[in-house]
Design a protein around this ligand. Structure first.
Ligand code: FPP
Length: 242
């Protein structure tokens, strides 16, 4: 009998190392981000091929606004260009795209691109690609807590009724499963304000490879690592209690 290998339903990736990749080649940092888009394409293809249902990519953190203006502008431009170039192809591959993060600080052009890609790919059902863009987990939790507090103040919800589900539904990830695996490239072993609540039972994987060098084969290797992990959810067996 052939054993079926467990495939994570949701993979989340911190795409790190673009700047170092560029520096190693005597290039500008933004050229590392341009090269990183090819790795985005690779992991989307590999996720679809492997039957991963949710792929979340940390593309721009709330803290990233503090980078030099030229670099922030280059990332915004790259986002717009990539969205324009890839939206139809993603839809045809069955990939629905969602942007997760606060939108108020973006230019009108970026907001327009967000609407464009979400609308163009809305009907796709094979996989959902979530781009965390102007996202940070603490900010997400602050907004969620405010929302819950408002509902309690208005008498819609009692304090005793606040449970894990109420909190999970107050977050930007409300319609998503928790990540089964979180990958951060470039050898850094930190979460950097990414999916703090949602990561409770995620398997972590920290390959040394820089993001622009992360290929489909690297993604397949990550799935192999995942398949060998024993997920116990605080129990002694591999299955969570039903
Ligand atoms: C981290 O590397 C990377 C980023 C902050 C940006 C990632 C963005 C992209 C790959 C392109 C975005 C576009 C789309 C369409 C998703 P780093 O700059 O922190 O690298 P370093 O740690 O080596 O300096």
């Amino acid at each position: 009998m052939t054993e079926t290998k467990p495939i994570p339903q949701h993979v989340a990736i911190i795409m790190d190392g673009n700047g170092r990749w560029a520096k190693q080649r005597g290039k500008e940092r933004y050229e590392g981000h341009i090269a990183g888009v090819e790795s985005v394409r690779a992991v989307v293809r590999a996720s679809v091929r492997n039957g991963v249902k949710w792929l979340t990519l940390y593309a721009f953190s709330t803290e990233n606004w503090g980078r030099p203006t030229a670099e922030v502008d280059a990332i915004m431009e790259l986002f717009c260009k990539t969205v324009m170039g890839e939206a139809a192809e993603l839809r045809d591959q069955g990939v629905r795209v969602k942007i997760m993060g606060e939108r108020g600080r973006f230019s009108e052009k970026v907001r327009g691109m967000i609407d464009y890609i979400e609308q163009t790919t809305a009907i796709a059902e094979r996989m959902t690609l979530v781009l965390a863009f102007n996202y940070s987990s603490r900010r997400e939790i602050v907004l969620g807590v405010r929302d819950i507090a408002r509902r309690v103040a208005q008498g819609e919800l009692s304090a005793e009724a606040i449970d894990e589900q109420v909190i999970a539904e107050s977050l930007m990830t409300r319609s998503m499963p928790d990540p089964d695996m979180i990958i951060r490239t470039s050898g850094e072993c930190r979460l950097s304000n990414f999916l703090l609540w949602q990561a409770s039972y995620a398997e972590f994987y920290f390959p040394e490879v820089l993001w622009p060098d992360f290929t489909e084969e690297e993604f397949d290797r990550a799935l192999e690592v995942y398949a060998r992990r024993d997920r116990r959810y605080g129990l002694v067996t591999s299955e969570p209690s039903k």
